[in-house]
Design a protein around this ligand. Sequence first.
Ligand SMILES: [Zn+2]
Length: 323
Amino acid sequence: MSESPFADVAEQARAAPKAPVPQAARGPEIPEAGYVVEEIADGVFWVSEGMYQMMFVVTDEGVIAIDAPPTLGHHILRAIRGVTSRSITHVVYSHQHSDHVGAISVYPAEVPRYAHRITAERLALLRDPNRPLPTHVFDDTLTIDAGDHSLQLDYKGPNHAEGNIFIFAPTQRVLMLVDVIFPGWVPFSNLAVSANVPGFVNAHDQALEYPFEKLVGGHVTRPGTPGDVRMQIEYMNDLRSTTEAALSSVDLKKILAPVDAANVWAVFKAYLDAVAAQAADEVVPRWVERLGGADVFTLPNAWAMAEALRLDYGRMGPFGIAP
Ligand SMILES: [Zn+2]
């Protein structure tokens, strides 16, 4: 049997992540039950199994539940029952992705479900029985008033996904923004597989416009703070400036020497891989002791940043306007 042409890629993936996880990336121990529940503000509860997160708010009228990652599934109902006997009165979808709302059908079918209009449109196309359609949609902003508490839902344009919203509890100063801020960790691969990288970048500053004290990011090990947002902005700025410099400073002749010039995709791949590798070589040592997974996802994050710089921000490097 001949060896796979991608064997070296798989080998690199097995060999790469070696750095110890920094203290700032560690979260609470997960109890034997398989999930942890923390009251992060008055009546606002954070639930996690160590990789994914959801949030619920207990009001004097009932419970507002936001998202339902399948990895938490029925643990969510146990978590709610562990702190209140009130019924679930509202369900909110952060965005349409299955890893965050794929267990949304664990909530009672008759409860009103809120999402951005685009989220509802995407779900209508997907017809996933595990992701029933929202019953209430909005375009710009919607406030859920539930007894003594309210929840503000805002849409500021596409970021990680189209339809991904900011969810803010003003009294308790808690912001939920899923798949954008990863407290204690670098963003997930390829800048969180963002539908719109400039929107993803802008969402960092948009988050800081809210007067929040605690943040629920939907992923990884712990809740966050405004300090976590500022640290991720610092990482993103470093990634951007270092990748931008690499776009024009990589040695194109040397990179392309072994490449078949007739294979246009091979030429592009060699160039972008070299840009990402040069940027990651510089960025990783600056971050590996500050944020978890810097050694794992900085390379694909630099690759995504290189493409965003070229295509969105117009930094064309050696493929600029022909003389
Ligand atoms: Zn997502």
